[in-house]
Design a binder for this molecule. Structure first.
Ligand code: ADP
Ligand code: MG
Length: 303
């Protein structure tokens, strides 16, 4: 027994000394700060790592990765009196994942909005119209504050048709997207149809995915609320759920409407089948707690 053990020991030692002739091997052992006695026990596994790393050093991208899971590389770590081996992302996989994350987080989602709204920009807002000054000042303030604090009140912007409500708020959100903010701008009267269509469809975004986006995106704009055909389901299950979540998480939420808040309350009370003042009040309270209120009356810019 003892003889066997000794023979094993000397084989380990000679294997280790042999492996150390490779500079890359020596460098790896030094980098993970393993002493010879410890590293010796893991010679063959460390050699495997070194051989893989050699392949990596010549690699030009994930497309040519020779490993079973492209971009994942086994790397040793000293853990007390052991060496453990863990998979690490290589620089290419890291790059790709970071890019994906950035794309995910800096995406603007538009639901049924026209192209002018997608292209709205703060630089293009017409400043000559005095009626708009209060709104523009508000959005500039928001833009400044949002860099420091992500939990701000949004705006309930109501007023005459074509006065630029949607345009101005879209300009703000489009600007924030550039800093990595996730935003959703949805034309509210169409949203309910879009949600209904999403039920049971695999190719489209599912209902749950959409609801999740409306609840958790950094900033959401409900565009033209009050112009929809109201149902109890859309008010209580859809709007109510989204607003409650955003209130609990203090997430900025915006609305545009042709109705002022009292008119919206009456609108929300009346579905085809019943009048429900309490439920309408509940939504209005949420909107009030989520927003400042500004009226924008101005000339109709629609052509
Ligand atoms: P509202 O939402 O108040 O009904 P919109 O924001 O849709 O009005 O504006 C009406 C039209 O005027 C849209 O076609 C929009 O693109 C355009 N518009 C509004 N404000 C501007 C602006 N500052 N610069 C260029 N076009 C604008
Ligand atoms: Mg509008």
């Amino acid at each position: 027994m003892v003889g066997n053990f000794k023979a094993n020991e000397s084989k380990l030692k000679s294997d280790y000394l042999e492996a150390c002739k490779d500079n890359d091997f020596k460098r790896l052992v030094a980098r993970i700060k393993a002493d010879d006695e410890l590293a010796r026990k893991y010679t063959s596994k460390l050699e495997e790592c070194v051989n893989n790393l050699k392949k990596c050093s010549k690699c030009k991208g994930l497309g040519e990765c020779p490993f079973e899971c492209p971009g994942l590389i086994l790397y040793p770590r000293v853990d007390g009196n052991m060496i453990t081996f863990e998979y690490h992302e290589c620089k290419y996989l890291k790059e790709e994942n970071e890019l994906k994350k950035k794309e995910m987080s800096s995406t603007a989602f538009y639901y049924n909005e026209p192209i002018q709204i997608k292209n709205a920009s703060m630089g293009d807002i017409d400043l000559t119209d005095k009626n708009r000054l209060q709104t523009i000042k508000w959005i500039k303030d928001f833009y400044k504050k949002y860099n420091k604090d992500k939990h701000l009140k949004g705006l309930y912007l109501h007023g005459s048709f074509g006065s630029g409500k949607t345009y101005i708020l879209a300009a703000l959100l489009n600007e924030l997207v550039k800093n990595g903010t996730t935003t959703v701008i949805m034309y509210y009267p169409q949203l309910l149809r879009t949600l209904k269509e999403s039920f049971g469809k695999n190719n489209n975004e599912s209902y749950d995915e959409m609801m999740n986006k409306f609840m958790t995106s950094d900033i959401v704009l409900f565009d033209d609320i009050g112009a929809e055909n109201l149902t109890a389901w859309s008010r209580d299950e859809v709007l109510g759920t989204i607003l409650q979540y955003r209130m609990d998480e203090s997430l900025p939420t915006f609305f545009t409407s042709n109705l002022n808040i009292e008119e919206l309350e009456s609108h929300l009370a009346e579905t085809k089948s019943s009048v429900d003042i309490v439920k309408a009040k509940r939504i209005i309270e949420r909107i009030k707690s989520l927003t400042d209120d500004i009226e924008l009356i101005s000339k109709n810019r629609r052509v």
